[in-house]
Design a protein around this ligand. Structure first.
Ligand SMILES: Cc1cc2nc3c(=O)[nH]c(=O)nc-3n(C[C@H](O)[C@H](O)[C@H](O)COP(=O)(O)OP(=O)(O)OC[C@H]3O[C@@H](n4cnc5c(N)ncnc54)[C@H](O)[C@@H]3O)c2cc1C
Ligand code: SF4
Ligand code: SF4
Length: 1017
């Protein structure tokens, strides 16, 4: 029966203790076997509100290994939970079971028949990867779920997933042609067309006969009670295997959430990629009207009709990245818009449909309400805004979060307006509200009421769910579950919707496939109560342990709250665009993923991994491959900032365990750099005398396979005074506006000693402070010289801020932060801020060359120093290229750059340049050189990441990161192509891995100056 019950718990058979189960898996399964508390914790959640510790995890290396794991679990009576990316929203992928993770190894295309438009894949294949492989054939798999970058085909089939264009292509169930699956009894069958059943093995025939008997018996009840909307993903698809008509038996497995069988291979139907797309943005003065009129719009045969409501439009407008896009497609202040897409082969047809849409909207009383978008690039941008709206909503800080539990009820379009009105009133009654968006075309609107699941959320959730269920039942043919499946949150609502009799029939189906109830128990049949708080991520009594943090986490409401921001959507598993998350890209491990780290931290901070978990070696292992690239800071939809969290953890770790010699050597580099530079010939012996590199590996753990950066005896800060003649009259005259003195008469005198020291009256808009970072200063001073010359050639007066104490050069504290030495970093930063503040107060730009150093002044500084101290300097801090791009955009930059013999530049972005959106600046600045073509490598982290790549234990991983795309691109580049990289360690990696010398953009520009300018030094 489908009534709520206690969830099944793993009871190891008396004869087999859990540990012997684990040992047997280790012995017999070719795969990773993870039974430690940290690993199990990482697999205890999905994108739902639930958390259940699995018995253990197996990551099989082969299909045979998956079979063996399955067999051992069945024999031991241990439940089994197949898993893809774990992005289910309803709790499908959590359970007290042996988790079999397909995503790392079982992710290949097995067979592609492009002519027939069919492909066979393993279950761990990710949708975007599949579509990338299909693109050259002009084909795609069109179930375009929002999680396409991470969702696996096995998981999509498990949930009967649906994409934005389901009105054209249908759901998963309409696009799966067959599934080869193991039953828990050990049989392996290809489930496919009903006409093939007779040719199947006897066991298969017998099974299908019984399935048909149940379906035949319930045909009348199915006709009477089963939802009729396209988006119906509740229970097993019994309505699709009625024996009266031809059908496909794999459709019973689609949407079965791993409760019937384990899919080994899936045969999919492919579609041609439509060549022509146009988009109409329909504006509505009221939300109700948008809902009411959707039913007319779908008659025009669109490929998608997606809703974006007022709240989301406002959120998108408030986001700097999207404001300009929204302004291009939004007219006035509509209460809602519908994005209506038409796609196909012929442009004329699509344009005609777009024109029809405009006429239709006028006929419906809204003339002039359609913005027609035919530019493909703008269409792409608009779809990005639509997707990002949810992400912005999910980034809500604090304990109240939008919760997914009724977010995809599907109602016939004629009832859409009434349904949304009534559900909004239900929310109001319970003191909450929700934002509506998504698939209007098929009556499936996403809405998540904001609830606090740590306090009264569970009660409100049940009350709202009950009313929503009753509401859905009022509309004939509607489905309570229209996209995300049943899982833990919705299985108990199957019976109220389908009735007792059909719920019983589903139990019979389960019994036929899995008589011992071992496949993903507690989902679809025999569910727990959705509001059983013992199954929640935030269980009763959940509380973070007290921690005296080194960084300021008040922006999140505490360090624990920052870790809790991860909602497990799995976006950090993406592999193509952007940089998040390099360590996962090369390992494929949940442990080395932003999500895995955030979950581990949350569990540790709330005491669920035992005492001292935060400073345990297992926690260190969890974070050690995080290269602090800050990719997640920018790309994680909820803004999980693991680089910052790592600093906090390392701070506590180093306090408990101390620091090794290597860590000290690297961390304190800025402090000993002045004398190391004086002793450069001695310091550089390590790479000159044979055997010393090997000794440095043995004693210090510095990889012998790496050369170290060579110390220079001529650091920039020593030679700079010779280089800063005041700007000539000629160069000042180049820009009248720039040479106007700032009104600085009321300011205090500049306290910093600096070459070309300025007094209050002489501060000019042409003044620039160049931040000489430790790395460029002591290892590549020519970059700072080049930057100075470029700035001077542009008519700027360059200064270097020196510390008030007149001592060693300034430093941002980055090397200390990397070791968790927060106090030392704070001291460095304070010194730097004090030195820069007088310049910043006069609005003098502070320009830096090394991305990780400069951005410390825009990022970590706020976690280390009081905001009022840091803000002024932070506002003025710019990367060299950002400064030049800004000046150019303002029409103030006149650099006399000349065409070079090298016509092509291959650009690799430092992770922090990407994280802070500075790539377009460096690209545009390079393009100032006449005739230079700039190609940017689509790369993630180069793998060096400060000291990471020099560390012996990380050398291999570091090279793997570089080999993902950077090094192959550099090797492929013609010999006369300039390789450009602004990060010191990136340049080192390019040198080590591809034998090419990369240049900082400052040197590239300097080389393009007329000869007399570039030789002034
Ligand atoms: C932000 C966000 C947006 C989303 N957008 C959409 C959307 O647009 N459309 C949509 O439909 N869904 C959406 N989802 C839900 C989810 O992403 C999809 O259901 C996705 O297809 C699940 O894929 P997965 O690889 O993560 O599967 P998992 O969560 O790992 O697994 C899903 C189910 O499949 C089962 N399963 C996995 N592999 C196998 C196997 N080999 N054999 C048998 N069973 C197996 C699992 O046991 C589980 O029950 C969204 C989720 C989030 C967090
Ligand atoms: S870390 Fe961010 S991107 Fe990754 S799962 Fe968590 S919320 Fe999503
Ligand atoms: S900082 Fe980079 S490596 Fe670390 S978790 Fe974030 S994306 Fe991954």
């Amino acid at each position: 029966m489908n009534a709520p019950a206690a969830p099944l718990q793993f009871q190891p058979r008396a004869t087999r203790a859990a540990s012997s189960f684990e040992q047997q898996l280790r012995k017999e399964v070719d795969g990773e076997v993870l039974f430690d508390a940290f690993s199990r914790g990482r697999y205890s959640t999905d994108a739902s509100i639930y958390q259940i510790d699995p018995v253990g995890v197996v990551v099989p290396r082969s299909e045979e290994a998956a079979r063996v794991a399955l067999e051992i679990a069945v024999e031991a009576g241990v439940p089994i939970l197949p898993r893809g990316a774990g992005t289910s929203q309803c709790g499908q992928t959590v359970g007290a079971a042996l988790v079999i993770d397909n995503s790392k190894y079982l992710n290949q295309v097995v067979e592609l028949d492009a002519a027939a438009g069919e492909v066979v894949v393993q279950p761990g294949m990710v949708l975007d990867r599949l579509n990338a492989a299909l693109k050259p054939h002009g084909l795609w798999f069109p179930v375009d779920v929002s999680t396409s970058a991470q969702a696996t085909i096995g998981g999509m089939a498990g949930n009967n997933s649906c994409g934005s264009r389901s009105i054209r292509y249908g759901n998963m169930v309409h696009n799966v042609l067959g599934i080869e699956a193991w039953l828990p009894g050990g049989d392996l069958f290809w489930f496919g067309p009903s006409e093939d059943v007779e040719r199947g093995p006897s066991g298969y025939r017998a099974l299908i006969e019984k399935v048909h008997a149940v379906a035949r018996r319930e045909a009348t009840e199915i006709e009477a009670r089963w939802p009729k909307v396209l988006r119906r993903v509740q229970g097993y698809n019994l309505d699709m295997v009625l024996p009266q008509a031809p059908h496909n038996l794999s459709h019973l497995l689609v949407g079965s959430e791993g409760t019937l069988a384990y899919s080994r291979r899936l045969r999919l139907k492919l579609s041609p990629i439509p060549q022509q797309k146009v988009l109409g943005v329909c504006h509505f003065p009221s939300f109700h009207q948008a809902m009411d009129l959707t039913r007319h719009i779908v008659k025009l045969d669109p490929d998608a009709v997606e809703l974006v409501d007022r709240t989301m439009l406002d959120l998108a407008r408030g986001n700097a990245a999207f404001r300009a896009i929204v302004d291009r497609f939004l007219k006035g202040e509509p209460d809602a818009v519908l994005l209506v897409e038409f796609a196909g082969e012929e442009r004329a047809t699509q344009l005609r449909k777009l024109a029809d849409l405009t006429v239709l909207m006028a006929d419906l009383g809204l003339p002039g309400s359609v913005v027609e978008i035919t530019d493909p690039a703008l269409q792409r941008d608009i779809w990005e805004v639509r997707k990002a709206g949810l992400n912005i909503m999910m980034s809500m800080k604090g304990d109240g979060k939008p919760v997914s539990f009724i977010e995809d009820c599907a109602v016939p379009l004629e009832h859409l307006a009434e349904y949304t009105d009534k559900l909004t009133r239900v929310f109001e009654k319970h003191g909450t509200k929700g934002t509506w968006y998504a698939h209007a075309s098929v009556g499936t609107l996403h809405v998540r009421p904001v609830l606090n699941m740590k306090t009264d959320g569970a009660g409100k959730m049940r009350a709202i769910a009950e009313e929503a269920c009753a509401l859905v039942k009022q509309f004939k043919g509607a489905a309570y579950s229209g996209e995300h499946g049943d899982g833990l949150v919705r299985s108990e609502w199957i019976e109220p919707i389908l009735g007792e009799r059909l719920a019983h029939a589903l139990s019979e189906i389960k019994e036929l496939f899995d008589p011992r109830g071992l496949m993903n128990p507690g989902k679809i049949v025999r569910p727990a109560r959705m509001d059983d708080r013992s199954l929640f991520r935030f269980k009763p009594g959940y509380a973070a342990q007290k921690l005296d943090t080194a960084l300021d986490w008040s922006e999140w409401g505490g360090f624990d709250r920052a870790a809790e921001m991860c909602n497990n959507n799995g976006h950090c598993r993406k592999f193509d665009a952007g940089s998040m998350c390099p360590s996962f890209r090369v390992t494929g491990d949940e442990q080395h993923l932003t999500r895995g780290r955030a979950n581990t931290l949350r569990l540790a901070l709330s005491g669920q991994l035992g005492a001292d978990a935060l400073t345990s070696p297992a926690m260190y292992d969890t974070l050690q491959l995080c290269v602090s690239c800050k990719g997640c800071r920018r790309e994680c939809p909820t803004g999980v900032d693991m680089a910052k969290m790592k600093i906090e953890v390392l701070h506590h770790y180093s306090r408990r365990h101390g620091l090794g010699a290597r860590q000290r050597l690297i961390a304190f580099l800025p402090r000993y750099a002045p004398w190391a530079s004086r002793l450069a010939p001695v310091m550089n012996l390590r790479d000159r005398i044979p055997g010393l590199a090997a000794l440095s590996e043995r004693w210090l753990g510095l990889s012998a396979k790496r050369s170290l950066p060579a110390w220079r005896r001529d650091p920039f800060t020593q030679s700079f005074p010779r280089l800063t003649p005041p700007p000539s009259e000629e160069s000042r005259a180049k820009s009248d506006s720039r040479s106007q003195p700032l009104d600085a008469t009321s300011l205090p005198p500049v306290a910093t000693g600096a070459p070309g020291e300025i007094s209050r009256a002489s501060v000019q808009t042409s003044d620039v402070v160049l931040l000489a970072d430790t790395f460029n200063n002591y290892f590549e001073p020519e970059n700072l010289h080049a930057a100075t010359l470029v700035l001077q050639a542009g008519g700027y007066r360059v200064h270097i801020a020196r510390p008030a104490d007149g001592g060693r050069p300034l430093c941002c504290g980055r090397t200390f932060l990397a070791a968790g030495l927060v106090e030392e970093a704070r001291a460095e930063l304070r010194r730097t801020i004090e030195a820069l503040a007088p310049w910043a107060e006069r609005r003098v730009p502070i320009v830096g060359l090394e991305p990780s150093c400069l951005f410390t002044l825009r990022d970590e500084v706020f976690a280390l120093l009081p905001r009022q101290d840091a803000e002024t300097v932070s506002r003025q801090a710019l990367l060299f290229e950002e400064f030049l791009a800004r000046e150019d955009a303002a029409g103030r930059l006149r650099l006399p750059l000349e065409q070079q013999s090298a016509r092509h530049a291959l650009l690799h972005g430092h992770c922090h340049q990407k994280a802070f959106g500075a790539m377009s600046a460096v690209e545009s600045v390079l393009r100032l050189i006449p005739g230079l073509e700039v190609e940017t490598v689509t790369s993630s982290c180069c793998g060096m990441a400060g000291a990471f790549g020099y560390e012996a234990e990380h050398f291999e991983i570091s090279m793997k990161m570089a080999e993902l795309s950077l090094l192959p691109a550099v090797r492929k580049a013609a010999s006369d192509t300039m390789v450009v990289a602004d990060g010191t360690s990136c340049r080192h990696q390019i040198h080590d891995g591809a034998g090419r010398e990369a240049m900082h953009v400052a040197r590239v520009l300097c080389a393009a100056l007329p000869r007399n300018e570039s030789r002034r030094s």
